[in-house]
Design a protein around this ligand. Structure first.
Ligand SMILES: [Ca+2]
Ligand SMILES: [Ca+2]
Ligand SMILES: [Ca+2]
Ligand SMILES: [Ca+2]
Length: 294
């Protein structure tokens, strides 16, 4: 399957369970954080949604993500959307970070990045950090195949992420080879982050067969509507959502892979989502980053 076939609808939802439990989402507060209070004492939730590559990436996917966040009290004024032709390389590297800075993002805020883009691999370039000798990259709207100046390397994105001030950061990648955002020593692994990737570094991502929804975000969203709350405490964390989505993504991609294998002489493809859990620290990590606090 061409790398361009990977993708996803990412939906963050949850309110139903909370409403049934009679507890309105208290998104002005950040519960259970073992991290010492920092920032200005006002917890602001912000989302950056970046989607390009085909119509469903910047319509159905983005609508679902934003609607779910809004259903939990996230403010649309606190969402930056870079969609379609606007999601150029320069824009991705500049606008979200300038916007966060201008918004006064600080340590006690919550920041979510969602990427739905094509992705691929290329021979490792400096810094030479890759165990597989391949850097991974995402494809901005102005990406030109064969022109290395137009892709967006994991090295570059990781360096840019260092300017994010929030102690609570989750990044979701629905791209082919997105596990490779985590495999190199100069990639996106860092304390204080949870990074969710739709597939392993050497894999492509699948759409849900027939309905055009990408597997991993589809199941993340499903879990965040309630069933991912395995602890039953009203919180759904990024880690819980990942664990909810992981197995059905593997199983469904295997089914799709078998179907494609029977139709075309392609290798049998299976998609294994990946998680880096660096919140609150890579060394002593027992807490979870709540996407939707109760
Ligand atoms: Ca703040
Ligand atoms: Ca590199
Ligand atoms: Ca790699
Ligand atoms: Ca990498």
């Amino acid at each position: 399957m061409a790398c361009g076939a990977s993708r996803a609808v990412f939906v963050l939802a949850t309110g139903i369970l909370m409403l049934l439990a009679g507890c309105a989402p208290a998104l002005s507060a950040w519960h259970r954080s073992p991290v010492p209070a920092a920032g200005d004492g006002s917890v602001v939730h912000r989302a950056v949604v970046i989607a390009a590559g085909e119509p469903r990436r910047d319509t159905r996917t983005v609508d679902a993500v934003c609607d779910v966040l809004v259903s939990h009290g996230w403010q649309r004024d606190n969402m930056l959307l870079l969609l379609g032709d606007d999601a150029t390389r320069d824009a991705i590297l500049e606008e979200p970070f300038t916007w966060l800075h201008n918004q006064g993002e600080d340590a006690d805020d919550v920041t979510l990045f969602f990427f739905s883009l094509h992705g691929d691999q290329t021979p490792d370039v400096a810094p030479l950090d890759e165990p597989d000798s391949l850097d991974e990259y995402v494809c901005p709207a102005d990406f030109e195949p064969g022109d290395n100046a137009t892709y967006l390397l994991d090295d570059t994105l990781a360096e840019r992420f260092t300017s994010i001030r929030s102690d609570s950061l989750v990044a979701v990648f629905e791209t082919c080879h997105s596990g490779g955002m985590l495999d190199g020593s100069s990639d996106l692994r860092a304390s204080g982050r949870v990074v969710l990737a739709s597939c392993a570094a050497d894999e492509t991502s699948f759409p849900v067969y027939l309905n055009g929804r990408w597997l991993f975000p589809h199941y993340l969203a499903q879990g965040l509507r309630g069933p991912a709350d395995t602890a039953g405490d009203g919180h759904i964390s990024a880690e819980e959502a990942f664990r909810y989505a992981e197995q059905p993504t593997i199983i469904r991609s295997a089914i799709t892979g078998i179907f494609l294998f029977l139709l075309t002489p392609t290798p049998l493809l299976v998609q294994h989502p990946q998680m880096y859990d660096g919140w609150p620290s890579a060394a002593n990590n027992t807490a979870m980053l709540d996407i939707v606090p109760a």
